[in-house]
Write a protein that binds this ligand. Structure first.
Ligand SMILES: Nc1ncnc2c1ncn2[C@@H]1O[C@H](COP(=O)(O)OP(=O)(O)OP(=O)(O)O)[C@@H](O)[C@H]1O
Length: 472
């Protein structure tokens, strides 16, 4: 059997991490089994679907590197096909017209509720052998209902949740086309999954209730349903399902917070899946090991601290070629020109031990790509003091006279000044940091100055001296 999986979001908002993890599981399963992965945009709800949401989904998927192996499918481009299948089902008797008005159905529901029965359609327009249907009322456009089997059970052998059995008598005859002819959600999904040869439907378990109905429609169309895997929900801090309208942040907001896409994938894959006690996975490892046997059916909670930890592990070890473009993106986002300072790879190497996110790294490296506009007030009043003025003067002299500008030479000069003034290294390094970075934190001082370059260093030490002079 050829394996085809799909991710089918509705474009009613951004791609959030709940959807992204479901997409990832679907993608990984296809990769693991040598299959293909499809992205389908379920945009039939025209009032809520927007182009900007479609773009946001593409953006999120592209950033995470979850690429569709097929051309992207839009349900709104398939209405002719849905109409065709509805006509076939009416012809075959697996669907029928229902003329019941809204008032009639409301009255039916009220009566059922009064009798403490489960509200359900009573099959009044369902053709049965020997049953005479009333004449269709004039001027009423009918809906089309699916003729759900009445006997037997639907059995879902869910790859994550195990066996789920639902009696057909619990399922009523679903509307598959509204009175205006537009097809409904569950029906479109089946036609699509069938036409697209989906072998495994991997989706959130908020869809479990749809599955028996969809399986029945598959069978009515003469096909065997695909395999199903219902992935647990990611919940927010309040215990409710994360959704576009409730509590979720878009995937791209994690980019803005400084996450690496690979780290995000790693964090998401571990949210509900395990492989021994391994925590960190390369993309190749995820693709090699992922399976449903070790996916938990319990809901998962997003743990920001753990996500930061994973990101930091990645930042510390990832290929520079992976980190550089993201770092570049952050610098530009802060209106900094990555070409106006040292090579990004060198800065990443200098900063990555101490930064958990790329945003932090960009903020702590901004001084290398732009002039500093002001000093951190607290740091300046502590370190840019009259006592520091002589130290800064001596540094300007020594650093200006160095024959080469490398870490070793800088280190020697800084230590020399500390010795000359009979002070500890901190008394020299901290004023330098505030002078060149605007704040008292930076990578080791020799590395910081090497990256900044001699001219900028000397200029900034001079500006700090002026600052002390002005305050004196
Ligand atoms: N919190 C969640 N955790 C895990 N999977 C989710 C979560 N929310 C949605 N999904 C899954 O993501 C896929 C796309 O869902 P969809 O686009 O309908 O998102 P949604 O956030 O549920 O939408 P809405 O905000 O309209 O409820 C579906 O398979 C759905 O089950």
């Amino acid at each position: 059997m050829s394996i085809v999986t799909r991710f089918a979001p509705s474009p009613t908002g951004f791609l959030h991490i709940g959807g992204a993890r479901t997409a990832l599981f679907s993608y990984l399963y296809a990769r693991r089994r040598g299959g293909r992965f499809l992205l389908r945009i379920e945009d039939t709800d025209r009032e809520r679907s927007t182009q900007s949401a479609v773009d946001a989904i593409f953006e999120g998927m592209a950033w995470l590197g979850l690429k569709s192996d097929f051309e992207i499918v839009y349900q709104t481009q398939r209405f002719d096909r849905y109409r065709e299948v509805i006509a076939q089902m009416l012809e075959a008797g697996t669907a029928y017209h229902c003329y019941a008005s809204k008032e009639e159905l409301d009255a039916l529901r009220a009566q059922q509720q009064a009798n403490r029965e489960k509200p359900r359609y009573d099959g009044r327009w369902r053709p049965e052998p020997g049953k005479t249907l009333p004449a269709p009322p004039d001027g009423v456009k009918p809906v089309v209902r699916f003729r759900n089997p009445v006997d037997g059970d639907v059995v879902i052998d869910d790859l994550i949740k195990g066996r789920i059995t639902v009696a057909n008598r619990e399922l009523d005859d679903l509307i598959i086309a509204r009175a205006d002819g537009t097809p409904t959600y569950n029906f479109c999904v089946v036609v699509d999954d069938l036409d697209m040869g989906i072998s495994h439907v991997i989706r959130g378990d908020d869809h479990v209730n749809n599955t028996p109905r969809q399986m029945n429609i598959f069978r009515a169309l003469g096909a065997e349903p695909p395999a199903y895997a219902h992935v647990s929900m990611i919940l927010g801090g309040d215990g409710a399902k994360l959704s576009k309208r409730h509590g979720a942040l878009g995937v791209m907001e994690y980019r803005a917070m400084g996450f690496l896409p690979e780290a995000m994938l790693n964090y998401l894959v571990r949210l509900g899946w395990s492989h021994g006690d391994q925590e960190l996975f390369t993309r190749e490892e995820m693709e090699r090991y992922f399976d449903f046997d070790h996916v938990s059916s319990a809901p998962a909670r997003f743990d920001m601290e753990k996500a930061y930890w994973v990101n930091h592990q990645y930042l510390k070890t990832a290929d520079l070629a992976v980190v550089e473009p993201e770092f570049d993106w952050h610098l530009r986002r802060m209106n900094l020109d990555p070409a106006a300072g040292p090579a990004l790879s060198e800065v990443i190497l200098a900063q990555r031990e101490r930064c958990r996110t790329l945003l932090e790294m960009a903020e702590k490296s901004a001084f290398l790509y732009s002039e500093i506009e002001s000093y951190n007030e607290k740091d300046a009043s502590k370190h840019l003091t009259i006592a520091a003025a002589d130290i800064l003067k001596a540094l300007i002299e020594r650093l200006g006279a160095l024959p080469v500008w490398d870490a070793e030479a800088i280190h020697g000069a800084v230590h020399g000044v500390a010795e000359m003034h009979g002070v500890g290294l901190g008394k020299v390094a901290q004023p330098i940091r505030v002078a060149v970075a605007g704040m008292a934190v930076s990578p080791p001082i020799d590395e910081t100055l090497r990256l900044l370059g001699r001219d900028r260093t000397i200029m900034r030490l001079g500006a700090a001296l002026n600052h002390i002079g002005l305050r004196a």
